[in-house]
Ligand binder design. Sequence first.
Ligand code: NAD
Length: 490
Amino acid sequence: MANLKMFIDGEWKESETLETRPVINPANGEVISYSPEGTAVDARAAIFAARRAFEEGVWSGISAQERASYLFKIADKIEEYADELTQLETMDNGKPLREAGFDIGDAAACFRYYAGLITKPDGYTYHVADPMQAMVVREPVGVCGLIVPWNYPLLMSVWKIAPALAAGNTIVFKPSEVTPVTPKKLFEIFEEVGLPKGVANMVMGAGPVVGHEIASHPEVDMISFTGGTKTGKHIMKTAADTMKKVSLELGGKSPNIIFADADFETAVDYALFGIFSGSGQVCSAGSRILVEESIYDKFVERFVERAKKIKVGAGNDPITEMGPLVSEQHLEKILHYIEVGLEEGATIACGGKRIVSKGLEKGFFVEPTVFINVKPEMKIVQEEIFGPVVVIQKFQDESEAVKLANNTIYGLAGAVFSNDGAKALRVIKKLRAGITWVNSYHPTYNEAPWGGYKQSGIGRSLGTFGLEEFQEIKQININLQVEPIGWFSN
Ligand code: NAD
């Protein structure tokens, strides 16, 4: 694959220093390309281009229908290149082709959703005292800095770019330094459909350099970030100096609560899907399974039996069900957490090791790993591991399930499995989490808001809420009887 470039003011650019970094295929450790190591100077060039494009109104000043027509074309192009994008996503991130294919389809659908939404009525009028007429309109925020992680390289980008552009903003986008390949292809599509220069800019490079410049620069009006909670806190502090609007989608340690009256095989099946899809590198992963005491042993036995049979392999092998971790550094982090779990006294019911069998020895593979005999205060129960590692906890009754479920700093997602509808809803309503499921795990819809409570974030992606994040609200008061107010006598 040719070396990647950044996209700044409608031009493909290398880093001003010409420095690059290798892009690695996590299934075999091979270098697939090199990406520019962008600098603060590169980031500023992108910010100034976005600022100019915003002020000139080449995007915010055109009709919503016109913007929508670009977005519809982008969606069509994503579908036209779906096979290529799917292959690239698997090569760069490691996820199985089946998962990558879903992401690409969702990305096209997300552009279509926001293309449709932006032409629908918005704003309000108010009945205020005569002779005034009050109304509220929505306007773009301005220049939006968008920073995303590596776990869904294309989809996480699109969750931000589609609503930001739909709303009329111009953007400075930074993909993860680990997975820049499909975002670069997306920007090729932007060029192909003829987005005006400076509207969409992409700078690659390290978070503390490029990301920091975007988060701190006064010409950036808003920062929308998806990534780890620690980085999110740093970005929030950085953005505070210029009082940017901030939207944060952060980490999670989500509970999956299974009652004894649940459909047993369905619960086991979704629990496996909840943690091991995406190799557990999913913010909303059901990484804490809470099981009612009376079925605990039976559940662990069946869950472990099935976890051991998951086919781990390279994402481009059609029989693969779980791919590698995204990078060697991330592999080391996961292995470290497994050691910590053992040191803390938890028991491994299956997995726990790097896979070095023939053909996988150069990749970053870890066995699906299940911890039992865990205590609520253990690190492996409290901290986001972000890999194929799950803890299975035991609870006695509804109130203990809720207490354990809410007992972390996070509040992203959660699920309840039960055939007692009232109980399931009671528990869901007590979960301090923004995304929940009953008798299911993981389905996500462009139409519905996505985001967390507590330290899992601020604001929402997707749906109407996701568009509003990228809009300012303006109050307009019109005097229908133009004559002096006469407040002062002289
Ligand atoms: P990360 O926080 O390390 O990096 C995310 C992005 O931030 C990258 O582009 C990185 O370069 C950039 N960055 C790093 N330091 C920065 C700084 N000082 N200033 C500005 N930008 C900086 O996260 P990651 O390891 O790439 O992704 C995994 C995390 O993302 C997990 O915690 C996961 O839960 C979270 N995530 C959350 C959601 C959600 O919707 N809530 C979705 C996907 C991933």
